[in-house]
Design a protein around this ligand. Structure first.
Ligand SMILES: *[C@@H]1O[C@H](CO)[C@@H](O)[C@H](O)[C@H]1NC(C)=O
Ligand SMILES: *[C@@H]1O[C@H](CO)[C@@H](O)[C@H](O)[C@H]1NC(C)=O
Ligand SMILES: *[C@@H]1O[C@H](CO)[C@@H](O)[C@H](O)[C@H]1NC(C)=O
Ligand SMILES: *[C@@H]1O[C@H](CO)[C@@H](O)[C@H](O)[C@H]1NC(C)=O
Ligand SMILES: *[C@@H]1O[C@H](CO)[C@@H](O)[C@H](O)[C@H]1NC(C)=O
Ligand SMILES: *[C@@H]1O[C@H](CO)[C@@H](O)[C@H](O)[C@H]1NC(C)=O
Ligand SMILES: *[C@@H]1O[C@H](CO)[C@@H](O)[C@H](O)[C@H]1NC(C)=O
Ligand SMILES: *[C@@H]1O[C@H](CO)[C@@H](O)[C@H](O)[C@H]1NC(C)=O
Ligand SMILES: CC(=O)N[C@H]1CO[C@H](CO)[C@@H](O)[C@@H]1O
Length: 443
């Protein structure tokens, strides 16, 4: 008796709940026919005759059958329908449980087992749909994470050094410094060779007597006899002869040494100017590649993350509706099993509560977004021929060749974004640069 009272209260509460939901208010939802059957069920007597019992059992059977047909029609993949189906079956279970006369109706013999099984199967399909959808969402996450990672792979495949200055470009800078270093010694060698050569020529030390030879003649002096004069001329010629050979040998040697030294230093300057140009072009090429690579990474990464975030929002919504459908489907199966097994106790009905449904198969694992790989354009913030770049690479007196006041050629600036030379960068450089073909000055 206690049991029954409880059940009736529970049923009322369930109906009130349905009305609040705005889904299944009893007046609209339970047809007049259903209500009639319900009335019959409720007015049925515990001590009915066999005939009566049979007749009322049939009525209960008809009612159950109607609900089951309705639920079968409501079943399927639509999640809202699963919720409605759940309400119908739950209500049926509650109504039957509330009626002590129900015991005269044996559900397991009602010939509705097939219909029950169909509902259970349909709910299994709904559940399978949610699991398939979960799997699809996990695969979607995998693809999106792979796409984000691909941005980093593209960057690595570009072979551009993105976290430190390109070693190849640094090597070009070193080549240039080494060349200028070597040119210091060649410049000094040329200077000494010229000093030696000019010194030899300006201090010729021609024997004094040679001054007495007028052009094309022997020296003519009235004081001497012709013989004495000739003897003097021959003696003078001997001293000039002794002087001229070594003078000539040394002079030609010093001259060719100086010429060789000058050729060598000129060749080295040209080589160093070329090394400088190669360095500047190499730097600018690297700069363009780095900027392009970092900007490609930015675009790739931000759009891949954007896709991830937007899709994640959809997936989270889908997660919520999956849970609703999954739980409702499991509850429908639970209520139907209560009916199927003639186990219409409140304990059995309450065991079908949504809180009792195990949703662990629906666990959605949201991956975390892989971080953006480093790509550092600040490595090329200073570049040819910005003042800071030139100061660091060509004007830093801690460099041997700079301290030795070796000049460099006019810096070739990088192309700007539009592909043109940045003339305003050249002008200040021109002033500090070595004028074309002018000799290097000494300290
Ligand atoms: C059960 O059936 C008996 C006899 O048919 C009837 O007297 C009684 O009121 C019924 N009980 C309910 C709760 O409908
Ligand atoms: C229902 O029918 C089954 C099978 O005939 C029987 O075992 C069971 O006791 C019956 N239950 C009731 C409540 O009559
Ligand atoms: C649901 O999935 C399980 C396992 O994936 C499978 O065995 C079963 O046949 C499926 N049921 C339906 C109704 O699709
Ligand atoms: C990157 O470097 C590797 C090995 O040094 C080379 O095999 C590959 O072709 C390079 N890729 C590009 C795009 O330059
Ligand atoms: C240039 O020469 C100086 C002095 O010999 C030396 O200390 C320095 O390492 C050299 N620099 C390079 C780049 O070779
Ligand atoms: C060689 O040295 C001399 C003397 O310092 C200088 O005048 C001349 O310009 C130098 N030659 C070159 C090519 O630098
Ligand atoms: C998926 O939905 C369930 C039920 O609303 C919730 O408990 C769970 O936290 C959600 N999962 C994620 C990853 O948000
Ligand atoms: C009936 O329901 C109760 C409560 O959930 C459960 O413990 C019992 O096993 C069920 N009996 C059958 C035959 O399903
Ligand atoms: C006792 C009782 O209410 N019996 C009912 C059983 O069902 C028939 C109709 O099928 C009614 O006429 C009886 O009154």
């Amino acid at each position: 008796m206690m049991h029954r009272m409880l059940a009736v209260v529970f049923l009322a509460a369930a109906r009130a709940q349905n009305c609040e939901d705005g889904q299944t208010c009893s007046p609209q939802h339970v047809s007049p026919n259903d209500m009639g059957i319900l009335m019959q069920m409720k007015s049925g007597s515990a001590s009915v005759s066999h005939a009566h019992a049979h007749a009322n059992s049939s009525s209960i059977g008809t009612y159950v059958e109607q609900v089951v047909n309705k639920v079968t029609a409501l079943g399927g993949s639509h999640q809202g329908n699963v919720e409605l189906a759940k309400e119908e079956v739950r209500k049926l279970a509650l109504q039957l449980a509330a009626d002590p006369n129900y015991t005269v109706f044996n559900m397991s013999q009602s010939g509705m087992q097939q219909a029950f099984q169909r509902i259970i199967d349909e709910m299994e399909e709904v559940i399978n749909d949610t699991l398939v959808s979960l799997d699809k969402d996990h695969k979607e996450f995998d693809i999106m994470i792979a796409n984000i990672r691909k941005c980093g792979l593209n960057l690595a495949a570009s072979n551009v050094s993105v976290t430190e200055m390109s070693p190849a470009v640094m090597q070009l800078g070193l080549n240039h410094d080494v060349c200028r270093n070597v040119s210091v010694a060649l410049r000094d060698a040329n200077h000494s060779a010229q000093v030696n050569y000019y010194g030899h020529m300006t201090n010729a030390n021609i024997p004094d007597c040679a001054q007495n030879f007028a052009p094309g003649t022997c020296p003519a002096t009235q004081d001497y006899s012709l013989e004495a004069f000739y003897d003097n001329a021959i003696a003078c010629a001997a001293s000039v002869d002794a002087w001229a050979g070594p003078f000539h040998t040394t002079a030609t040697s010093l001259r060719s040494t100086h010429e060789a030294a000058e050729r060598a230093v000129i060749a080295k300057y040209q080589e160093c100017d070329q090394a400088q140009l190669t360095y500047e072009l190499g730097f600018c090429t690297y700069r363009t590649e780095l900027i392009d690579a970092c900007s490609a990474l930015d675009n790739c990464y931000s759009s891949a993350v954007d896709v991830f975030q937007k899709t994640k929002e959809l997936i989270l919504k889908s997660n919520t509706s999956r849970h609703v459908a999954f739980i409702a489907a499991r509850q429908v199966q639970c209520y139907v099993r209560v009916l199927q097994t003639d186990n219409l106790t409140m304990a059995a009905i309450e065991a079908c509560d949504f809180t009792k449904v195990d949703t662990s198969p629906l666990k959605l694992t949201v991956p975390s977004v892989p971080g953006k790989p480093a790509c550092d354009v600040s490595l090329v913030a200073q570049h040819p021929c910005g003042a800071a770049w030139v100061a660091k690479h060509y004007q830093d007196s801690s460099k041997y060749w700079v301290a030795q006041k070796m000049n460099h050629r006019t810096c070739m600036p990088c192309l700007d974004q539009g592909g043109t030379l940045q003339i305003d960068q050249i002008l200040p450089i021109l002033e500090s640069a070595r004028p074309e073909e002018a000799g290097n000055s000494f300290a």
